[in-house]
Design a protein around this ligand. Structure first.
Ligand SMILES: NC(=O)c1ccc[n+]([C@@H]2O[C@H](COP(=O)([O-])OP(=O)(O)OC[C@H]3O[C@@H](n4cnc5c(N)ncnc54)[C@H](OP(=O)(O)O)[C@@H]3O)[C@@H](O)[C@H]2O)c1
Length: 243
């Protein structure tokens, strides 16, 4: 097996995921660009390679069992193991999402991608992660999923709009991550959730105030934790995010 560190980033064709792939690639790692659209994935791989990154494409729709199984097969065939998984892919489901008016199908779609998609990808990759000397899993969450912050303030810059699909999907993801950390406590796998801050990407019509590159920094930090680093935590650049 190769000595080179192998990472997979889901939803890496654009936005923060692309910048996470670029940042991990700059460390000399081999980076799988997980993306569901062939053209967007190939364009991202090409751009990363032009920047000197050892990038490879991984066809991946996180909502599709067969696609996720094939992605695990591709990484196994290529590297025999996985060192770092960044579950970054997500959707908002579109706004508005007022609780009293939402179409339940919107909630289902968002949870399917942002929560069940993470569980599906994580479990498919776990056999490969268990072969790594220092496996790390980073789940991209958001501070809008922090119940403490949602309860402390009505400032929409901190809480996002009142919405019943996207923010609660991140609260759900946080809870899921804590359960993984508990089950994996006696292994060498560290799993944490990250908030990138409010970044200008397609997700929010580019209204964010930070760059995608700035948003990627916390994920890169959690992907490169030392063996005695934290697990089951929720972090942003400034430190711990309250649940
Ligand atoms: N931007 C922010 O201010 C902000 C703040 C807090 C948290 N976050 C979180 O940061 C992460 C990245 O967000 P972003 O702002 O970079 O969003 P983005 O630019 O909209 O990118 C989202 C990525 O996820 C992919 N994706 C969506 N559904 C998928 C599926 N079923 N299978 C595979 N890939 C799928 C998209 O692929 P396609 O191109 O094919 O759609 C795209 O590559 C997300 O988890 C988001 O919730 C973002």
């Amino acid at each position: 097996m190769s000595e080179q560190t192998i990472a997979l980033v889901t939803g890496a064709n654009k936005g923060i995921g692309y910048e996470i792939a670029a940042g991990l690639g700059a460390l000399g790692w081999s980076v799988g660009v997980g993306a569901r659209d062939d053209r967007r994935r190939e364009a991202a791989v090409e751009k990363l390679r032009a920047a000197g990154v050892d990038a490879f494409g991984v066809p991946l729709d996180v909502t599709d069992d067969a696609s996720v199984a094939a992605a695990a097969g591709l990484i196994e065939g290529r590297a025999g193991r996985l060192d770092v998984l960044v579950n970054n892919a997500a959707v908002t489901g579109g706004m508005p999402q007022e609780p009293t008016r939402v179409d339940p199908a919107t909630v289902r779609t968002v949870v399917e991608t942002n929560v069940i998609g993470v569980i599906r990808v994580t479990n498919a990759m776990l056999p490969l992660l268990r072969r790594s000397a220092s496996p790390r899993i980073v789940n991209m969450s958001s501070s809008v999923g922090s119940l403490t912050r949602q309860s402390d303030t009505d400032d929409p810059l901190k809480t996002g709009p009142i919405a019943v699909a996207y923010p609660p999907s991140k609260t759900f993801l946080n809870a899921v991550t804590v359960q993984y950390a508990k089950e994996l406590r006696d292994t060498n796998i560290l799993i944490n959730v990250a908030c990138p801050g409010y970044c200008a990407t397609d997700l929010n019509g580019h209204r964010g105030v930070r760059t995608p590159e700035q948003g990627a920094a916390i994920a890169i930090r959690l992907a490169t934790l030392p063996d005695d680093g934290p697990t089951g935590g929720f972090f942003e650049d400034e430190g711990v995010v309250p649940w």
